[in-house]
Design a protein around this ligand. Structure first.
Ligand SMILES: Cc1cc2nc3c(=O)[nH]c(=O)nc-3n(C[C@H](O)[C@H](O)[C@H](O)COP(=O)(O)O)c2cc1C
Ligand code: SF4
Ligand code: SF4
Length: 265
């Protein structure tokens, strides 16, 4: 059986879990890939199992994950799906929404999971709290459990068709928050005296928001989903939301490397 792990990740919480899945599965027929703006769906034609991961933004799947599943052509034969989300406080109906769309693409749900993860928004916007920089204490065990489930799907042992999660009514409480976020996009300041013009912000942005100009990087917010990857991964901290975020600890690549080691230990 051929398995593909596909993920969308902003700062790196979802990517880290996807990579841990891949390492624990340790199988020659399993591959891993990030989604991209112009993803070549033909590379999914011969897969039997899709493992899909995405972050929860505003109690829903990230826009990139939704765009990805909306554009995906339906499979001719049913393909098994294991789907997971990462979230900081509450995932709301994120899994349910994604699973509903996936069902229309002939993806048959075999399992789902939600992992409490570092808060890519809260780590920049709220006062420092340790939990916003770590995975939940139970996440390593949950990941082991879920990888075992995926292994049994690979061996064809898991009964097909798992029910999608029920509606979580508390998500209504988040409506004002997501309404404001959709109406008023967060804008950044680029500190040109710090910027080393490395181009990482442009290369890293999956939404194609950055342009490298002679005067330095320029951001166009039209397609931005405020994943904050550009802020967390700028090597010199030159992208800020407010002056208050200048000295904030960031969720850098090396930070996630350490977290990954912890998840695999
Ligand atoms: C714009 C935005 C909105 C978010 N909304 C939620 C939310 O509604 N509920 C929640 O639990 N976490 C929320 N988070 C936190 C992320 O779900 C969490 O940090 C996730 O692990 C990020 O994954 P990533 O690093 O792969 O993007 C939000 C983060 C961002 C950037
Ligand atoms: S990632 Fe940071 S340092 Fe590099 S070009 Fe962008 S703003 Fe400048
Ligand atoms: S510009 Fe927007 S979408 Fe692109 S990396 Fe930054 S926050 Fe994410």
């Amino acid at each position: 059986m051929k398995l593909k792990i596909l993920y969308h990740s902003g700062a790196g919480s979802t990517q880290t879990i996807a990579e841990v899945y891949h390492e624990l599965l340790n199988c020659s027929s399993c591959s891993i890939e990030s989604v991209s703006l112009n993803y070549d769906y033909s590379s999914l034609e011969d897969i039997d199992i899709l493992v899909f991961g995405f972050p929860t933004y505003h109690c829903a799947p990230s826009t990139t994950a939704l765009d990805f599943i909306d554009k995906m052509p339906a499979f001719v034969q049913p393909v098994r799906l294991f789907v997971f989300t990462t979230y900081a406080l509450y995932p709301g109906n994120a899994l349910r929404k994604f699973i509903g769309k996936a069902a229309r693409k002939n993806l048959v749900l075999c399992g789902h999971a939600a992992y409490r993860s570092p808060a890519s928004d809260g780590s920049l916007l709220l006062p420092h709290m340790n939990f916003m920089f770590n995975y939940g204490k139970t996440v390593p065990k949950l990941v082991q459990r879920d990888v075992s489930k995926i292994r049994s799907i690979l061996r064809g042992q898991t009964a097909i068709k798992v029910r999608k999660p029920g509606v979580r009514l508390y998500t209504i409480l988040n409506f004002p928050n997501s309404f404001i976020a959709k109406r008023f996009k967060m804008t950044f300041t680029i500190l040109m005296d710090r910027c080393i013009q490395c181009g990482r912000c442009q290369r890293n942005c999956l939404r194609g928001c950055w342009e490298d100009t002679e005067g330095g990087p320029v951001v166009n917010y039209a397609n931005c989903e405020s994943c904050f990857k550009c802020i967390h991964h700028c090597p010199v901290g030159a992208i800020i939301l407010t002056s208050g975020t200048l000295k904030r600890q960031k969720l850098t690549l090396s930070y996630y490397r350490d977290l990954k080691r912890g998840l695999l230990a």
